[in-house]
Design a protein around this ligand. Structure first.
Ligand code: AMP
Length: 373
């Protein structure tokens, strides 16, 4: 599936090319068509799945009709999110995806002087990203009205409730027009969240990016306790003995490049793929790997989403992921279709807590093995 097939308009497609996104993530694939139809949505997805683009793209596309000259700008989309960090991240996403449109957006959150935020609001905005407290505050001061909101997005609803924002949300809801599209996102769906969603959504389409929790029996899992500075030597030792179709996961793009440099220096031919590489470079790396010209590929989680390689023999977690589900997803790339596969994980002291999460999620113990000499 491509972004084009999701009927995304040209200005946004161009922005996605600039972001070097090659394929929609599963939550985007499911959410974008539904949201573009104007339907309400109940999305169960965690941060890291690409859910921001899943709501930002349809909002931008639905609002991107140039208003007649001289008409006043009103807030037509409100994105409510629990923390200042998330608000800033979402704001950046809107800057990226709306760069080739004339839409204006801004972000407001508490804990800082309100003056620059008020100034920005006075310039006129179409899309507002806000944390609940500051939003209510500026509404009370009459700097904001929500009368023209057509799209309301409630992001990270479970965290919002955990942080005690339920009363703020209940105060905000009646200030929104009755007629609007609501997109509701939460990583989990306990009863309180389900009840809240029922009270604000109108015949929603439910989508869920299911966290994977099962590991197939054909994958042999091995755990190495190794501190960060020793990881690259361990990787070299392993790969010098075994060189057939290995995917190495690195937490960062920079890390992926560094691993690739080390391996190449040791004569282990490999390439790194990540978001800073051009589409052509990524494609070339994949083709070389598939043809067996290189035996090792190093990828970040995001870049690996687009990789479809059958019969991968080994997955190596050079860094363990932050989320246990990601581990399951990573190692599921080996041992496919009944073939055997091996998954190695390098675990430093500070990564140990994630091993516990992985064991809890998969219901299996990861057995440590001795570091080969
Ligand atoms: P989110 O779950 O929205 O926090 O997104 C997680 C990360 O994935 C962000 O760094 C996004 O820039 C990135 N991302 C979102 N969609 C895609 C995509 N289709 N391809 C590659 N990266 C993406």
């Amino acid at each position: 599936m491509t972004f084009k097939e999701l009927n995304i308009s040209e200005p946004i497609l161009n922005a996605l090319v600039k972001k070097k996104y090659s394929f929609p993530t599963p939550v985007q694939e499911q959410a974008i068509p539904v949201a573009l139809k104007g339907r309400d949505l109940l999305g169960i997805a965690q941060t890291g799945t690409g859910k921001t683009a899943a709501f930002a793209i349809p909002v931008i596309q639905q609002l991107n009709h140039p208003a007649p000259k001289g008409t006043e700008r009103n807030i037509q989309a409100l994105i409510l999110t629990p923390t200042r960090e998330l608000a800033m991240q979402i704001n950046e996403c809107f800057s990226d995806y709306a760069r080739y449109t004339t839409l204006r957006h801004t972000v407001i959150f508490g804990g800082v002087n309100q003056r620059p935020q008020v100034h920005s609001l006075k310039q006129g905005v179409d899309i507002l990203i806000a944390t609940p407290g500051r939003l209510l505050d500026l509404i009370n001061q009459k700097y904001i009205t929500l009368n023209h909101v057509k799209h309301f997005i409630l992001d990270e609803a479970d965290r919002m409730l955990d942080m005690g924002f339920i009363h703020d949300i209940k105060r905000l809801l009646p200030l929104l027009p009755k007629q609007k599209q609501t997109l509701f996102f939460s990583a989990t769906m306990p009863q309180t969240i389900a009840n809240l969603s029922k009270s604000i959504l109108n015949k929603p389409v439910r989508i869920e990016v299911t966290p994977e929790s099962s590991v197939v029996d054909t994958i042999e899992q091995r755990l190495y306790f190794v501190e960060k500075p020793q990881k690259s030597q361990l990787l070299v030792n392993i790969l010098q003995k075994k060189r057939r179709s290995v995917l190495v996961f690195s937490r960062t793009k920079h890390g992926a490049d560094k691993i690739a440099r080390t391996l190449n220096k040791q004569g282990i031919g490999c390439e790194a793929i990540h978001g800073n590489k051009t589409q052509v470079a990524r494609q070339r790396a994949l083709t070389n790997f598939k043809l067996g010209k290189t035996h090792v590929i190093i990828a970040t989680d995001i870049a690996a989403r687009g990789i479809d390689i059958a019969n991968l023999e080994m997955v190596i977690n050079y860094d363990l992921p932050d989320i246990a589900e990601t581990y399951v997803h990573r190692i599921g790339r080996t041992g496919r279709a009944g073939h055997g596969g091996t998954a190695l994980s390098f675990c430093s002291q500070e990564e140990y807590s994630i091993v516990k999460d992985i064991q809890k999620l998969t219901g299996r113990k990861l057995n440590p093995v001795a570091i080969p000499a």
